[in-house]
Design a protein around this ligand. Structure first.
Ligand SMILES: *[C@@H]1O[C@H](CO)[C@@H](O)[C@H](O)[C@H]1NC(C)=O
Ligand SMILES: *[C@@H]1O[C@H](CO)[C@@H](O)[C@H](O)[C@H]1NC(C)=O
Length: 117
């Protein structure tokens, strides 16, 4: 474990600007239910994380919550750990410093972006 980085999905900050899509590998918290993971909270709007809309995001200087929640949402935001969808489920673990492949299903591209940190 010493050399392993436990990557909580929240650590991957997905910023999406108005587009529609979901992170499937590793699954974001709002999409865990699609993989029949016990304890995952169904979120039928997991393609709709858009930082609260472009207008909200733009008015805040392009701020976005973790996993596309609106920056202005009260904390913990839905996709944050202990939030509505954050049930402490670790979707995947990776070795620190490794190069990883991710899969994102873009269902409507409105010039949205994802940023990994
Ligand atoms: C991607 O999303 C579309 C629309 O919801 C769905 O039909 C398709 O099965 C999804 N693809 C994967 C690999 O989950
Ligand atoms: C996406 O960006 C291109 C180039 O900047 C622009 O021409 C187009 O209108 C944009 N589309 C949307 C849906 O914002």
């Amino acid at each position: 474990m010493k050399y392993c980085l436990v990557l909580l999905v929240a650590a991957v900050i997905a910023r999406e600007v108005v587009g529609h899509g979901m992170m499937l590998d590793p699954p974001n918290r709002g999409s865990l239910w699609r993989f029949d993971i016990p304890g995952a909270v169904p979120n039928y709007y997991d393609t709709g994380n858009n930082c609260g809309s472009f207008g909200v995001q733009y008015s805040l200087g392009m701020k976005c919550g973790v996993c596309g929640d609106a920056w202005t949402d009260p904390r913990p935001r839905d996709n944050e750990n202990t939030g509505k969808l954050g049930r402490g489920i670790i979707a995947k673990t990776y070795q620190a410093g490794s190069v990883i492949e991710t899969k994102i299903n873009i269902t409507a591209n409105h010039n949205g972006t994802f940023t990994y940190r």
